[in-house]
Design a binder for this molecule. Structure first.
Ligand code: SF4
Length: 293
């Protein structure tokens, strides 16, 4: 079968070869555990039942989870085992099942979700994506995903090409997010403050790139309105392998404050912000080639 799951359009048979994402037809999982570092509406007190897939179709040069990018670390999972793990995470008290970098594994994940739901899995399912997605792939999840957490990383094509080898990132990502909004609307929470349904758009402010953060925020407001739920992340941490300027240094407090000021002046009303102490903090969980569930 020729893979066209994402906009890379590699058109290769993943049972025999690997494309840009580094993934074969069998998903590798490098971590499945309760995770407490998402927004409070996702992690809550009990944690988010997070499944980190190995491999990535965007491969940003500054990625905190770089160890997962080439798609070799992790344990192979059948759809049946993936469904089992979702149920085990639910039994541990997870608020939701959080699928991180799921894009290349569409077919296995859809099979697993159908199976787990048939067996009674009822907590919300979160699709946590870099947003470099085709509209067709997001459409395939309609009715299976409750919450979308899409990144909107860049507007400027020069940045998306330089940092993620995707000059078309913005038009592709915004079309995918529009499809997510069509399916589930903006994020809504229950009386406990936990997300039950909808979209929250995430943006990581990059050092030296606040000019593009402003464009990202303007685009979100123009398309989805100032009440669109957003997360403005300050946690950028330079990794040793990324020596490209300006990504070789942490975000400054002044830069994050400039991004917050832009949010305020545009009138956003539903913004998750991070403490300025998050600047330079590490949010990378431990990964391994074996999953303990
Ligand atoms: S999912 Fe992987 S193999 Fe398929 S088109 Fe995207 S990058 Fe290529």
């Amino acid at each position: 079968m020729s893979c066209t799951i994402c906009p890379r359009n590699c058109k290769i048979d993943r049972t025999a070869a690997k494309g840009f994402c580094g993934c074969s037809s069998v998903p590798l999982i490098a971590r499945a555990a309760l995770h407490y570092d998402e927004e409070p509406s996702i992690s809550g007190k009990s944690g988010s039942g997070t499944i980190f897939f190995s491999g990535c179709n965007l491969k940003c040069i500054f990625c905190q989870n770089m160890v997962l990018q080439d798609g070799t670390l992790g344990e192979p999972f059948t759809p049946e085992r993936l469904a089992d793990v979702m149920q085990k995470l639910a039994a541990l008290g997870a608020n939701n099942i959080n699928l991180v970098t799921p894009t290349p594994h569409k077919d296995a994940i859809i099979q697993a979700l159908r199976l787990a739901k048939e067996r009674g899995l009822s907590i919300p399912i979160v699709y946590n994506t870099n947003s470099y997605e085709t509209v067709e792939t997001i459409r395939a999840y309609e009715g299976l995903i409750d919450i979308y957490l899409p990144d909107l990383k860049y507007v400027d094509a020069r940045l998306s090409q330089a940092f993620s080898r995707a000059a078309d990132y913005f038009p592709v990502a915004i079309a995918a997010i529009e499809e997510m909004m069509r399916q589930v609307g903006p994020m809504v929470t229950n009386e406990a403050g936990l997300a039950v349904r909808g979209v929250r758009i995430r943006h990581l402010v990059l050092p030296g790139c606040v000019f593009d953060t402003r464009e990202v925020l303007r685009e979100i407001k123009e398309r989805f309105g100032a009440d669109c739920p957003i997360s403005l992340m300050s946690q950028y941490t330079p990794i040793p392998s990324c020596t490209r300027k300006p990504l070789d240094r942490p975000l400054t407090k002044r830069e994050y404050e400039a991004a917050l000021d832009c949010c305020l002046s545009l009138g956003f009303t539903n913004v998750y912000t991070q403490e300025l102490s998050s600047v330079g903090a590490s949010y990378t969980p431990p990964f391994s080639d074996h999953v303990d569930l």
